[in-house]
Design a protein around this ligand. Structure first.
Ligand code: SF4
Ligand code: SF4
Length: 188
């Protein structure tokens, strides 16, 4: 089937009207306020409640809050979290904290920023922060270890401190400030 082309009118053959209307749009934008962000020099300010990269936090007394319960590792949909729990020979990092992970890794290439780890954590030890732009020069660099996660997470000022409550209870009962409390309890 032969499709007949519509013949161009005189004005269309001139091309000038199309050229001028294009210039009109360009000049119109030229005097408007720019909406382009000069990224990465200019950073996007994320709204409250934004769910970015998950990091580990410390409490007001600079203690690692994570007790290595591995709930977050279990619930993580893409299996981005890998925890090495403390073995029999590894001592807890601090006085009355029950346990702490020997190693805690998050593969940021796998993480989908879903927030399940934050939801499930009984210790409020992991939070999704506002970081949305994670870069690295290798795959290995994108696996964040415990030290890096704690450094990025920083101190959580409104931390619950279960260890402190247990310490207070122990002192009231006169059993000393640092009893052995490693029963795997997660009660608040
Ligand atoms: S935010 Fe989601 S995907 Fe990322 S580590 Fe937590 S549970 Fe896993
Ligand atoms: S759920 Fe919380 S306390 Fe348990 S291993 Fe994960 S970060 Fe640590």
């Amino acid at each position: 089937m032969i499709v007949k082309r519509k013949a161009l009118s005189f004005w269309e053959r001139l091309y000038l009207p199309a050229l001028l209307s294009g210039l009109k749009v360009t000049i119109g934008h030229f005097f408007r306020k720019s909406v382009t962000m000069q990224y990465p020099e200019e950073k996007w300010v994320v709204p409250e409640g934004y769910r970015g990269a998950p990091y580990l936090v410390k409490d007001q007394e600079d203690r690692t809050k994570c007790v290595s319960c591995q709930l977050c590792e279990f619930v993580c949909p893409p299996k981005a979290i890998m925890i090495t729990p403390p073995g029999p020979a590894s001592a807890p990092e601090t006085g009355n904290v029950e346990k702490a992970p020997l190693e805690f890794e998050i593969n940021m290439l796998r993480c989908i920023f879903c927030g399940y780890c934050q939801e499930v954590c009984p210790e409020e030890a992991i939070f999704l922060m506002k970081d949305y732009s994670l870069t690295g020069t290798s795959r290995a660099e994108m696996i964040y270890d415990k030290e890096k996660l704690l450094a990025l997470g920083g101190v959580h000022q409104d931390s619950i401190q279960k260890w402190k409550r247990k310490q207070d209870e122990a002192e009231i009962q006169g059993v000393g400030a640092h009893p052995v409390v490693n029963h795997g309890s997660t009660d608040k």
